[in-house]
Design a protein around this ligand. Sequence first.
Ligand SMILES: *Cc1c(COP(=O)(O)O)cnc(C)c1O
Length: 501
Amino acid sequence: MTDFKLQGQPKVVEPTIYELSTPGRTGVTFPDPDVPRAQLPDSMLRGRLPLPELSEADVIRHFVKLSTFNYSVDSGFYPLGSCTMKYNPKINEDAARLPGFTRLHPLQPIETTQGALVLMYQLQEWLKEISGFDAVSLQPAAGAHGELTGVLIMRAYHIHRGDDKRTKMLIPDSAHGTNPASSAMSGLQVVQIPSDERGNVGLDALRAACDETTIGMMLTNPNTLGLFDEHVEEISKIVHEAGGLMYGDGANLNALMGIAKMRDLGFDVMHFNLHKTFSTPHGGGGPGSGPVGVTAELADFLPAPIVDIVEEGNEDLPPLFGLVSPAKTIGRVKSFHGHFGVLVRAFTYIAMHGADGLRKVSEYAVLNANYLLARLRDAYTVPYDRTCMHEFVAEGRFADAPGIHALDIAKRLMDYGFHPPTNYFPLIVHEALMIEPTETENKDTLDAFVEAMLKIADEARSAPDLLHAAPQKTPFGRLDEVKAAKELILCCWLPEDYGNQ
Ligand SMILES: *Cc1c(COP(=O)(O)O)cnc(C)c1O
């Protein structure tokens, strides 16, 4: 039995699986085989690996207990702005686990995978309908990946027209960090456009920035302040007149479904975050999906392959669905067909809601956010205070409680049993608290959250130390976030001689 030592981290609440290890204990004892034992090559034997020794029950209890330390959308309210942490209906999971889907291999002949291809085709069609775009690719793995894909499409479009001077992407100062990142990764320069006092894109600054080097603009609408840009049509006119294209960051689509189509607002290309708007699980870096929609003008540049009808049907035969490569495709951005399991979940969500249901989703998402805004705006400063869409941004600071920061409020909320809102984003609001309730929460939950927020605003004046010391009711106290980021140790338990063997 190897000795295990803790490497540089304070002892945490639970013993690790290595501390629980007892020499000689084992999980499973197999019955004697009724065939001769094969001799495994030495290199495959695990005897030298430092594995802990535990019974099956020990292992299950240890990990189930650890899992209860996680906060999740299945355990409580999760108002993490911009992330749309809505409840994920379990029927999505049932659909994604159907053996007819899980047992497919992407290299099977298409005649044997028609069900999956029809599902992908139908999802493309629905996303086209929801957004107003002419073509959709389901390949990108997340929103940021969809951005990269969309920006590469914009670049390919200009270069294909022989216009290779366009190297500048315009991005508002309220944008999500992935927007400048995708532009920079595509070899472009970013020009930041300041917002005006109502939280819209500053039109004068936009006009001044537009010229023959403008590749286009990346705009989130509603933007990350939760506000619908009052000049969105004017913005796209200005950018188009300069020869640029409009990229729509679709992360906030949860406010618009069945109400406004991104294409009608003047966008040429957008990404969808299926894991936000369409209720597929996200967080923890798991698989997401960021399909990209484009106008007919850009359709030829979409990443390959996309699903299409490759043989029309007739009275006796249904059409045959297959994979096609657009004429001037930018190529593949993901192996095989994207994150198929996520596509099944989004398909199920849309099928369950129908067109009217999706519109209600957006209406209730906006209603819930405005309810919270109305109940909190007297206690918290809301710098851009007008009717919000599906989220809003408040300041996590008080003039008469100078020691209190957004971080303290966020941590104290954990003591009241809530996941904190997004904080310190968008960057243009001081001590930002970005609150997005989503449509799946009922009034009782919203009221309980408001009560906690109001209590915290009182405590900020009457008992600031409570906020500074928070959280105290969670398995872990407040971490040193700077140290954690600079000295990330994901695996603090390793045997002393690990790596020397
Ligand atoms: C979440 C988000 C993104 C990035 O999407 P991912 O799926 O997390 O990569 C981009 N823009 C905005 C406004 C977002 O909220």
